[in-house]
Design a protein around this ligand. Sequence first.
Ligand code: DQA
Length: 168
Amino acid sequence: MMEIVGGTSPQANLDRNKLSVLVLHGPNLNLLGLREPGIYGVSTLASIDRQLVELGQSLNTAVSCLQSNHEGVLVDAIHDARDRHHGIVVNAGAYTHTSIALRDAIAAVQIPTVEVHLSNIYKREHFRHHSYLASIVVGQISGFGANSYYLGLQALVTHLDGLGMISL
Ligand code: DQA
């Protein structure tokens, strides 16, 4: 198991007793529940966030959630995560397919990140098949509805645990 030694990691000052994960939701995801329910399901963003926080509690992980329709706000949140969170779960919505800025932000902060999508982006329109994030994230979960977020959080916590980011 790799040990993260103080000073060598951008996250070296974080609490080593409890993981902290930021969940980022991109544009239009504030409309979940109303928005194309045949594709995205009927769960609201508030209920997904509540379940993520609860799941986090069972994994000894503090979960903070943020949604924005603005690319720059998401970039700023990724920068701010540097000293605050061990990992990120991101559903960048349509920015997945357009945003080099989000990709560069995640690459810059070097925070382990899991990409999630409610729908299976590879079964949909061709323009959704390419993700600018896929090549720099730990992994991607796509197509399980709201469960993609929960699976993503579990996968991220397992990954962070494997990196030795907390003292057990
Ligand atoms: C999405 C898929 C994207 O193509 C789309 O633009 C979204 C949501 C998903 O969760 O399935 O806004 O990221």
